[in-house]
Ligand binder design. Structure first.
Ligand SMILES: NC(=O)c1ccc[n+]([C@@H]2O[C@H](COP(=O)([O-])OP(=O)(O)OC[C@H]3O[C@@H](n4cnc5c(N)ncnc54)[C@H](OP(=O)(O)O)[C@@H]3O)[C@@H](O)[C@H]2O)c1
Length: 267
């Protein structure tokens, strides 16, 4: 590997925020990318279109052998080097608790939390070895403020945020920066936000994957602790702490319905 090469691994790179992140990172001189998701055809097409060396691993990250497979790939194809891990793969399946129960909570935790923890566990030794290095966890504003029918998704993102803060405190001394990005509504394949985009009154709430990709760059290589995207979503998180009664009133009012947007599986 040439001196100055920086290897970055992006999960959920086949579409949406992960794809935009791969494209953003590829612009940096000396970058080598590892793209991870289930759809191999998408990963291959993206790898071939990028201006830097890019390899891929087509794997279901909830699978028992996924972390070991990704690590083996890094060792075989990139000399075991890893300077940036972007834990971005994730999904949401809407439904109230009375109807979807523990099964839906478990489904979210397996992908949005456990898979992140398991992959990080497998790759942390490589990140420490390559320090200064970084981890960016893609959480959500839903990891600060929960809406009806998103409890399972929010639980997984609240968990991810708490664990990320602790990991930051532990890994600082080892030269591994740990930060997070908290997107609001971002129009993607999995989270189309069609209801909000259709209306002039709510269109301004929706941002683009490329904006999140820039925030991921600022938090990872840039060393920032966290970024909301768009930035004004931080207000919701602050109000949740300072004015819980107000937030509860807003989120249970009749006009809050469209804020629980449909995700890919409902469309
Ligand atoms: N868009 C938003 O409004 C929004 C808001 C807040 C937070 N986020 C978070 O941002 C992240 C990216 O979301 P997105 O909007 O870009 O969604 P997306 O367009 O649905 O992309 C999700 C990515 O995750 C991958 N993925 C899903 N399940 C996987 C599995 N079992 N194993 C491996 N890869 C898997 C998908 O690829 P394959 O299907 O090819 O596996 C895809 O590349 C997620 O963590 C999401 O929770 C999104």
């Amino acid at each position: 590997m040439a001196a100055g090469t920086r290897v970055a691994l992006v999960t959920g790179a086949s579409t949406g925020i992960g794809e935009a992140t791969a494209i953003r990172l590829a612009r940096e001189p000396g970058t080598e990318l590892v793209l991870v998701a289930r759809r191999e055809d998408r990963l291959r097409a993206l790898a071939e279109s990028l201006p830097c060396r890019a390899t891929y691993v087509a794997v279901d990250l909830t699978g028992a052998d996924a972390p070991a497979r990704v690590r083996a790939h890094l060792e075989a194809e990139h000399g075991g080097a890893l300077h940036l891990l972007v834990n971005n793969a994730g999904a949401a399946w809407r439904g109230d608790f009375a109807s979807t129960g523990h099964a839906n909570v478990q489904r979210h935790m397996e992908l949005n939390f456990d898979a992140v923890v398991r992959l990080t566990e497998a790759l942390l030794p490589l990140l420490r070895q390559a320090a200064p290095s970084a981890i960016v966890n893609v959480a959500s504003t839903a990891g600060r403020v929960a809406r009806a029918r998103t409890g399972a998704y929010s639980a997984s993102k609240f968990a991810l945020i708490g664990w990320t803060d602790a990991l930051y405190a532990e890994e600082r001394a080892h030269g591994v920066h740990v930060g997070m990005v908290l997107p609001g509504f971002i129009a993607t394949e999995g989270f189309p936000a069609t209801e909000l985009k259709e209306k002039a009154l709510t269109r301004w709430l929706v941002s683009k994957p490329e904006v999140v990709a820039e925030a991921i760059y600022e938090v990872g290589p840039g060393g920032k602790p966290e970024r909301y995207v768009p930035r004004f979503y931080a207000v919701a998180a602050i109000l949740r702490i300072l004015a819980p009664r107000l937030i509860r009133r807003i989120l249970t009012s009749g006009s809050a319905g469209p804020l629980t947007t449909k995700t890919a599986d409902e469309i």
